[in-house]
Each structure stands twice: as structure tokens, then as C-alpha cells.
Design a protein around this ligand. Structure first.
Ligand code: SF4
Length: 154
């Protein structure tokens, strides 16, 4: 079961999208420089279809994307909910996933996402907005990953 801690409308996380970012807790990663240690705790409320349904009713006209921030403890559930958002919104709302892993899980179906971020947070390399970053943001194009990290550097 995945849990979320909070959510917010953000403009920086996915270039050219107005994104409703949902922070997922119980992060299994061990980034040495973790910027949000509270997300490693087993806290928050259960992420459910009802919760996403109500979010879409409320924010559908104000956003272009929903991004799951975390969820590496259960990527298949993230995929399931991303598919749900796409279907429910009749493919009007894009879906993103911020993973802290270096690679995608082998059994993930990337067609359920428009954007995926990969990579551990390492303070010495900086966040995605720094050219030195080790993290990568990919756009899913024809079921392939296109690296669009450079869009943060304009
Ligand atoms: S992915 Fe890394 S930086 Fe993000 S919450 Fe997990 S441990 Fe912290």
C-alpha cells in the first residue's frame, strides 16, 4: 500500500506543465543527502483511486499533469494509479513519476507515463536545475525515453 503525505500545484518539476505533485512516503531509497527525510517514514494517508478521483474533480481545469513524487517501494502501484489518472481524465492529464532509482524496474510499462525522473539526489551534483546534476528527466515518446533534462537549464 502506498501512502501520500501532501500535494501541491508546482511549476518547476516538469517543464512546460502545471503539475499537481503528490508526495509519497515510505521511501526505500538511501540517498545520503536526502532533501526530504520525512518521506522515508511510514506516514500519511493511503493513496487510493477515490483520492485521485476527487483531486481530478477539483483540479482538472487548473493542471496539465499529475506527478507522483516517490513510490519506489511499489512501482507497479504507481503505474496502476498513473494509468487510472490517464483513463479517468480521458488522456487530457499527463502523468509523471519521480523515482530515486538509477534504473527503471524491469516490469514497468512506461506507456502509462509521459515523464519519468530517475536518479538519486546527490547534493554535490545538485538538483535537476543544475547542469552538473546526475539526475535525469525523461519524456516518454513512442514508448522510448527521451532525455529532456536540458529543459531545466534554459
Ligand atoms: S528518493 Fe532519496 S532524496 Fe528522495 S525521499 Fe527518498 S531518500 Fe530522500
Amino acid at each position: 500500500m502506498l501512502k501520500y503525505v501532501n500535494y501541491d500545484i508546482v511549476f518547476q518539476e516538469i517543464p512546460n506543465e502545471t503539475t499537481l505533485a503528490i508526495n509519497i512516503s515510505n521511501c526505500p531509497n538511501k540517498c545520503k543527502d536526502c532533501h526530504s527525510p520525512f518521506l522515508k517514514e511510514d506516514i500519511g494517508r493511503e493513496l487510493t483511486k477515490d483520492f485521485l478521483f476527487n483531486l481530478l474533480i477539483k483540479y482538472e481545469k487548473s493542471i496539465t499533469c499529475i506527478c507522483f513524487m516517490g513510490g519506489d517501494s511499489s512501482p507497479k502501484e504507481i503505474e496502476y494509479f498513473a494509468n487510472y489518472v490517464q483513463t479517468l481524465s480521458k488522456f487530457k492529464i499527463k502523468t509523471g513519476w519521480y523515482s530515486g532509482k538509477e534504473k527503471l524496474p524491469k516490469d514497468l510499462s512506461i506507456e502509462n507515463f509521459h515523464y519519468i525522473k530517475l536518479g538519486e539526489y546527490k547534493e554535490k551534483y545538485g538538483s535537476l536545475k543544475f547542469k552538473t546534476t546526475n539526475q535525469r528527466l525523461y519524456k516518454i515518446n513512442n514508448n522510448k525515453l527521451e532525455d529532456i533534462t536540458h529543459m531545466f537549464w534554459r
